[in-house]
Design a protein around this ligand. Structure first.
Ligand code: BG6
Length: 496
């Protein structure tokens, strides 16, 4: 079923996010016949464009960034009929009336009042002002049809996040606000809920009685890619842990939902965030490690160190790597460590979650088999590989009883041959049009996630690092990160 009539206004129409993600996503939805029959997308910006030149600009972007650029012929023309441009100065309240006029025109064209979606693909400091000015329009009082989409970062720290949420709450109902965390739109991430709650097999052992520890790695090979200006205000903890990684942790840690209703899922997730043990500032060193990449070589290419990146302070203390050991203080997870790590300029692009089970309670095999006796392990590969592996012990064929760890693998590409898994933004944009907020962050989730990372941020800011840069590009991060987990007798898991 296609969503109801919708108009999406994109602030930052000629910006990076719109070109790289939003338009390619909408184009794919169009190809797959998921867009509403009555639909329009309006790019907003200060620069002057005719509709045709704006479309041309987006065409180039789709050619560059879409995974389906091969399907532009003929189809792009039809899609681009939905696209127009509206020049306006977002700082000038007067010019907002142009939006109301546009909505009225679409209403007449469609013969019905459409969903009106404001997508704020702009720098975070512009969000409060645009949200407020939009709030003065009558259409924003329509809590059923008008929605606002806000990108991360949601604030710079707990206080600013609360201020932002407070401001949005004065203008919009919580149901109208869609805070995007694009990790939640990824197929493999949504599948965590299916794995856990559509199978009877896993849930009974999904707890402290059977699970030894959990690991989440989100590693990237890229550096900050020209985003030094943004990253200097952020760092790995704010950029990745506060949002994406804690959301993954919630999906692994949450209780079974009763339904897929948005607030039900979000309640279960926020319970996890609230149960994460708050690390005391003076203990941060035992639970968290930070790193920054130096200059060096990666895959036979010379790469700049973080401090040599554009718009980065040559003495910057910003971390490009973070590893943290969390505990969830509740019945299910007491004493089970959740090790998480993320970094830029690392050895391999890989996002994986590892559930490490405890050893079988008794070892009955001949002593020589013991060397290869490994506990069970479930590995969920989120990207770029998309698979789930269950490691268990088998008997190696032969006359001796030799144990051998083997993998049972579910691979997306083998199981679903069409290879057309939608990208995160496709799923999330469709959800906004359909009014489904399940995969979006509610204000209290944002708040609770900040509370988890604030002690670490404060401790780090109070004590600038003395050893930065402390890891080579192309490595797995600083040595202290290995030590963090080795102290507990474990290693970070990577796929072969
Ligand atoms: C963004 C971060 O939210 O996620 C980036 O700001 C990061 O720094 C990106 O590179 C990673 O997303 P993905 O989907 O490529 O894993």
């Amino acid at each position: 079923n296609r969503p109801p009539a919708s108009v999406i206004f994109i602030f930052g129409g000629s910006g990076d996010l719109n070109q790289r993600k939003l338009i390619p996503a909408l184009y794919n939805l169009f190809l797959d016949e998921w867009l509403p029959e009555k639909f329009a997308v309006v790019g907003l910006g200060r620069t002057h464009y005719e509709d045709e030149t704006f479309r041309g600009h987006l065409y180039e972007a789709v050619q560059q960034f879409s995974r389906r650029k091969g399907e532009l012929n003929g189809h792009w023309k039809d899609f681009s009929n939905y696209v127009s441009y509206l020049q306006m100065d977002a700082e000038d309240q007067e010019s907002y009336h142009k939006i109301s006029e546009r909505v009225k025109a679409f209403e007449e064209q469609f013969g019905e009042h459409p969903n009106v979606i404001f997508y704020l693909a702009v720098a975070p400091q512009l969000v409060p002002d645009i949200a407020t000015k939009l709030g003065a329009l009558n259409i924003c009082k329509d809590t059923r049809c008008t929605r606002i989409v806000v990108e991360k970062p949601f604030g710079h720290d707990l206080k600013s996040a609360q201020e932002l949420n407070g401001l949005l709450a004065q203008i919009y109902d919580e149901d109208q606000i869609y805070r995007i965390d694009h990790y939640l739109g990824k197929e493999t991430v949504q599948n965590i809920l299916a794995l856990r709650f559509a199978n009877a097999l896993f849930e009974p052992i999904w707890n402290r009685n059977y699970i030894d520890y959990v690991q989440i790695t989100v590693a990237e090979t890229v550096g900050v890619e020209g985003r030094g200006g943004y990253y200097e205000q952020s760092g790995a903890l704010r950029d990745m842990v506060q949002n994406h990684i804690l959301q993954l942790l919630c999906m692994i840690g949450m209780e079974a939902p009763v339904s897929f209703e948005a607030n039900e899922i979000r309640n279960k997730k926020v319970d996890v965030l609230n149960a994460i043990r708050k690390i005391k500032k003076e203990e941060v060193q035992s639970y968290a490690v930070r790193g920054q990449y130096s200059e060096g070589w990666m895959q036979a290419k010379e790469v700049k160190g973080y401090r040599q990146e554009e718009k980065v302070d040559p003495h910057s203390s910003i971390e490009t790597f973070a590893a943290v050991k969390f505990y969830i203080d509740n019945w299910r997870w007491q004493d089970v460590p959740f090790y998480v790590r993320t970094g830029k300029a690392m050895h391999q692009k890989t996002s994986i979650i590892t559930i490490q089970f405890k050893r079988a309670p008794h070892y009955a095999f001949p002593p020589e088999a013991a060397d290869t006796w490994r506990p069970n392990r479930l590995t969920i590969s989120i990207q770029p590989e998309m698979d789930i592996r269950l490691r268990f012990q088998a008997k190696r064929p032969g006359q001796t009883m030799t144990l051998n760890p083997v993998d049972m693998i579910f691979s997306y590409h083998d199981a679903y041959e069409d290879g057309h898994e939608p990208e995160a933004y496709e799923t999330l944009l469709l959800d906004v049009m359909e009014g489904n907020a399940t995969q979006f962050m509610r204000a209290d989730q944002v708040d609770a996630a900040w509370k988890v990372v604030m002690p670490i941020i404060e401790a780090w800011e109070a004590r600038p690092p003395v050893d930065f840069p402390n890891y080579a590009p192309g490595s797995w991060g600083p040595e202290d990160a290995e030590a963090l987990i080795a102290r507990d007798g474990h290693n970070w898991v990577t796929l072969p």
